[in-house]
Design a protein around this ligand. Structure first.
Ligand code: HEM
Length: 436
């Protein structure tokens, strides 16, 4: 048993309260100002909201990332639930590992994410973007609202990660479906009643499917991410088959929902703030703009840690074993760090946001996510420079999830297509070549 922390204002810190899901920033700003190391009885976790504290939390080795074990089938569990084999898959996710397992796994998987490997993916990303935009043509002509998340922002990263793992086109739809179910499980989506059962079933099916992919990659070595992971395994006997399976599921999960969310959240915020998004995303400032989208309303809401030992923090005592939420979303709006933090400034530079985390667990897919988002938005805005929100920003539906800040839908009116010279040209453009 650990001592009950002194400060407790449950009503004020319910991250699932509808008004907080709709807009968490007012609550987080209050906490950041008045109670920056705050105990939430509702979440049974400490909430750190200041930039300096969140950064220090990412760096502190006493803040353990190890939060899924066979006895803790879900990152939110307290370890008193039934043992579930699914936990074995999650327990091998490097994001839930501390040294010495974490650096070992990360080193092996990193080889597949070298900048050169990502650069080789660019034609695939461009072709996928153009193909999806072609499919959107009918919606544009009808003038009706279209949901940008299900038609564009969601499919793109799923297709790219499927390509990286060598998933054949015919299995893509199923692959994406598993990823969606898994998202509800890991992100703690409260709106889905049977999310755990469905998520666990999907994870089991996905793990079986990945086992098949791995066996096939061993028989026919391919020049893709899975190929290099399998090679790292076979040459040095360093990644076990179970670790390979876990890593595949982590890459699908880590690469799909987050990138989908960045694209959707970024477009929504920029259109709401009346930026000329077509000018920004087709110009030299596109990469800078993507960083600001990550800061202003990026996918990461909180990163979860457990105190491995008692920690004194701003006069509060965090007991060993207690959960700590590093509130990235609050740190990224800290006025001590960012000028006018509640203003979306697509030209903000420098921009030391924490949207990809920091330190040992810094997002392994950051380069890929940046490239993908930039290419996606450039393609979208070239094709549909007049795109606009189909409903007010304040009424958009947000996912009631603990660790992510993501739009459930983004209805937009695409408007008339831009002039042809804006279209991507070259052999990769067009839906038919998406998989080449
Ligand atoms: C906009 C998109 C993305 C965002 C906002 C994002 C965010 C993050 C964050 C905040 C972490 C740190 C978690 C922690 O400290 O506990 C992380 C880790 C990770 N991300 Fe991403 N991510 C994105 C895209 C991707 C993509 C495309 C991939 C791969 C395909 C990926 C793979 C990973 C992996 C493997 C880790 C674990 C790294 C480790 O534990 O060492 N992410 N991501």
């Amino acid at each position: 048993m650990t001592a009950r922390p002194a400060v407790s204002t449950p009503a004020a810190t319910d991250l699932f309260a509808p008004e907080v899901v709709a807009d968490p920033h007012p609550l987080l700003a209050r906490l950041r100002r008045d109670d920056p190391v705050h105990w939430s009885e509702r979440h049974r976790a400490w909430l750190l909201t200041r930039y300096d504290d969140v950064l220090a939390g990412f760096k502190d080795p006493r803040m353990s990332a190890e939060r899924v074990t066979p006895a803790r089938a879900h990152p939110d569990d307290d370890g008193d639930g039934p043992v579930d084999p699914v936990a074995e898959v999650l327990a091998n996710w490097m994001v839930f590992k501390d040294p010495p397992d974490h650096p070992r796994l990360r080193r092996l998987v990193s080889t597949a994410f070298r900048p050169r490997a990502i650069a080789r993916l660019e034609p695939v990303i461009e072709a996928t973007v153009e193909g999806l935009l072609d499919d959107l043509g009918a919606h544009a002509r009808s003038g009706q609202a279209v949901d940008l998340t299900s038609t564009f922002a969601g499919p793109l990263p799923a297709i790219v990660i499927a390509h990286m793992l060598g998933v054949p086109e015919g299995d893509q739809e199923q692959f994406r479906h598993w990823s969606d179910e898994l998202t509800d499980l890991v992100f703690g989506a409260t709106e889905v009643a049977d999310r755990r059962e469905r998520g666990q079933k999907a994870l089991r099916a996905l793990a079986d499917y990945c086992r098949g992919l791995i066996e096939s990659a061993r028989r026919h070595p391919a020049d893709n991410v899975l190929g290099s992971l399998v090679q790292a395994h076979d040459e040095g006997d360093r990644l076990s088959t179970e670790e390979l399976i876990s890593t595949c599921t982590l890459l699908l999960f880590g690469g799909h929902e987050t990138t989908r969310t960045l694209i959707a959240n970024g477009v929504a915020a920029a259109l709401a703030a009346s930026w000329d998004l077509a000018e920004v995303m087709t110009g030299p400032g596109a990469a800078t703009a993507v960083e600001e989208m990550l800061r202003f309303e990026g996918p990461a809401k909180v990163e979860v840690r457990h105190a491995a030992a008692p920690v004194e923090w701003r006069g509060r005592r965090i007991e060993a074993g207690q959960r700590v939420f590093l509130a990235v979303i609050a740190a990224n709006r800290d006025p001590e760090q960012f000028e006018s933090p509640d203003v979306l400034d697509l030209r903000r530079d420098p921009n030391p946001h924490l949207g990809f985390g920091f330190g040992a667990h810094f997002c392994l897919g950051a380069t890929l996510a940046r490239v993908e988002t930039r290419i996606a938005l450039r393609g979208l805005l070239r094709r549909y420079p007049e795109i606009s929100l189909a409903q007010p920003y304040g009424s958009l539906p947000w996912r009631p999830a603990l660790i992510s800040r993501s739009l459930l839908e983004l209805p937009v009116i695409l408007g008339s297509p831009g002039p042809d010279r804006h279209r991507a040209v070259g052999p990769q453009a067009g839906g038919a070549d998406r998989w080449t």
